[in-house]
Design a protein around this ligand. Structure first.
Ligand code: NAD
Length: 260
């Protein structure tokens, strides 16, 4: 059980991050939620999670494009809960366009949120984990950490980058009871996927329905979306003692996508 441990999960007001935070709370961890959204909706999520699982749940509005706010989120969590034992770097956005039309500010934003934020979070959280001799870091990468798709220059670059970063920090922390791994989901039906369908349809000259079957599910031999609960289950397993020898691993959970 994770009783008495504290987990910071970035991008946990929606989708995969929310599922991971809920799974860690169910296992007994206190949680720091983070992400964008309406204040009332976030408060409802926070209060429900705390009540359902009988743990403490707080919210940090840290913007993952801001290094100072990321370090501040970790510092505050350490002050309020005494430690950050588990860090899940999960916040992410997508943008779909051909390279010659890819907006420069979207490139910068995706590299900041999907890659640099994990650097800043780990940089701030690793010292405390080393002092206590225990830590679990899970980076939400993607099948796009292992293979590419057209029209996703920034996303694929950031996800390949986080795979490399994961391996480096795993090596640096291997003697300190800390594991650092990347989980690589295939397509999971979340707002991030739903929002990219119109742009993908435009970029590829397809209808939105064709995008779903001929692009998204075509990538996955199972012909099914991966579920949030399945991804959360993998992240939870990586926090257990049974997973103490899994570190520096880049773990696909993609219905066979990257096996092809
Ligand atoms: P989502 O849109 O449901 O959730 C993204 C979360 O990140 C939200 O909580 C959002 O508020 C937060 N976020 C975005 N910008 C932020 C910022 N500047 N500061 C703080 N928080 C911010 O999407 P999701 O599908 O759950 O994606 C979560 C992670 O999973 C991402 O890293 C994504 O790349 C990855 N992923 C998703 C899929 C998929 O098919 N859905 C597949 C592989 C990997």
């Amino acid at each position: 059980s994770l009783n008495g441990k504290t987990a910071v999960v970035t991008g946990s007001t929606s989708g995969i991050g929310l599922g991971i935070a809920d799974a860690l709370a169910r296992a007994g961890a206190n949680i720091v939620l983070n992400g964008l959204g309406k204040a009332e909706e976030i408060e409802t999520i926070r209060a429900n999670m705390a009540r359902t699982h009988g743990v403490e749940v707080r919210f940090s509005g840290a913007d993952m494009t801001r290094p100072d706010e990321i370090a501040g989120m970790i510092r505050e969590a350490e002050t309020e809960f005494g430690s950050v034992d588990i860090l899940v770097n999960n916040a992410g956005i997508q943008y779909v366009a051909a390279i010659e039309e890819f907006p420069v500010e979207k490139w910068d934003q995706i590299i900041a949120i999907n890659l640099s934020a994990a650097f800043h979070g780990m940089r701030a959280a690793v010292p405390g984990m080393k002092r206590r001799g225990w830590g679990r870091i899970v980076n939400t990468a993607s099948a796009h950490a292992l293979v590419a798709s057209p029209f996703k220059a920034a996303y694929v670059a950031a996800k390949h980058g986080i795979a490399g970063l994961t391996k480096v920090v795993a090596l640096e922390t291997a003697r300190h009871g800390i594991t650092v791994n990347a989980i690589c989901p295939g397509y999971v039906w979340t707002p991030l996927v739903e929002k990219q369908i119109p742009d993908t349809a435009r970029a590829r000259g397809l209808t939105e329905e064709q995008v779903k079957t001929d692009v998204l599910l075509a990538a996955q031999p199972t012909k099914e979306f991966v579920t949030v609960d399945e991804v959360a289950g993998l992240a939870l397993f990586l926090t257990t003692d049974a997973a103490r020898s899994i570190t520096g691993a880049i773990l696909p959970i993609d219905g066979g996508w990257t096996a092809e």
